[in-house]
Write a new protein. Structure first.
Length: 203
C-alpha cells in the first residue's frame, strides 16, 4: 500500500488552478490505487509558523519539525500545489520547506526520500515559458527543482497550468482560449501521471 503526501498552498480554497489540478491527480490516484493512503496538508488553511532559532537549534528534536519530517519520510510519492505569487512560491510553502529540511538528519547525503517521485503543480497567472517576455521572472520551477533535487535527491516532475488570470484581467481577454486549453491539459496530464504513478508504486 503506497502513501501519497498531498500538499496544497494556494490561498483561495475555490477557483484555484493548482488546487483543481492536484485534486484531479488525487482522484486518479485513488481510482487506480484504492488501497493507497493520501495524507493531506492544506498550508493555507493551517499555515505553519516561520522557522525560528529555537527550532533550528532543536532540529529533529523539535516536535513540529520531527512530525513534518516523519510525514515526508513515510511518503512513497509527494504532490505539491505551488501557485506563483509575486514570481515565486507562497510563503506558506517556503515555511514547510524550511521546517522539513533538517540538515544532517534527512537531507543531502542523509536524504530519506532519495529517488522518490515528487509532482509539482506550478500554476501561474501569465506565461513564463522559454521565449516569453517574462521568462527571467520564473522562480517557482527553477527554485523547487533546485531545492528538492539538491536537498532530497528526488525525482521532480512539473505540471504547469498557465494564464490563469485571463478571465480576470481585461488585457488578457484574448488569451482565454489558451488559458482554458492549458488548464484542461494540466488536469488531463495530472490524471494520466497519477494513474501511471499509482500503478507503478502498487506493483
Amino acid at each position: 500500500m503506497a502513501t501519497l503526501l498531498h500538499i496544497d498552498s494556494a490561498v483561495s480554497p475555490q477557483g484555484s488552478a493548482s488546487r483543481e489540478v492536484t485534486a484531479a491527480f488525487v482522484e486518479s490516484w485513488r481510482e487506480q490505487h484504492p488501497q493507497g493512503e493520501v495524507v493531506y496538508r492544506d498550508l493555507a488553511a493551517a499555515p505553519l509558523p516561520h522557522l525560528n532559532i529555537a527550532a533550528v537549534v532543536a532540529g529533529p528534536e523539535n516536535a513540529l519539525r520531527a512530525e513534518l519530517a516523519a510525514e515526508l519520510a513515510a511518503a512513497d510519492a509527494v504532490l505539491i500545489g505551488a501557485p506563483m505569487y509575486n514570481f515565486t512560491i507562497p510563503s506558506t510553502l517556503k515555511a514547510w520547506l524550511d521546517h522539513v529540511i533538517i540538515s544532517g538528519h534527512n537531507s543531502g547525503e542523509n536524504s530519506l526520500i532519495k529517488g522518490r517521485p515528487v509532482t509539482v503543480v506550478a500554476s501561474r497567472g501569465g506565461s513564463y515559458a522559454a521565449g516569453t517576455p517574462r521568462e527571467d521572472f520564473e522562480f517557482v520551477q527553477t527554485y523547487l527543482e533546485k531545492v528538492l533535487n539538491e536537498m532530497f535527491g528526488v525525482e521532480v516532475d512539473f505540471i504547469v497550468p498557465e494564464l490563469t488570470l485571463a478571465h480576470q484581467v481585461p488585457a488578457m481577454t484574448d488569451l482565454i482560449p489558451l488559458a482554458e486549453a492549458s488548464r484542461a491539459k494540466a488536469q488531463e496530464e495530472a490524471a494520466r501521471k497519477a494513474k501511471a504513478l499509482a500503478a507503478r508504486l502498487a506493483a
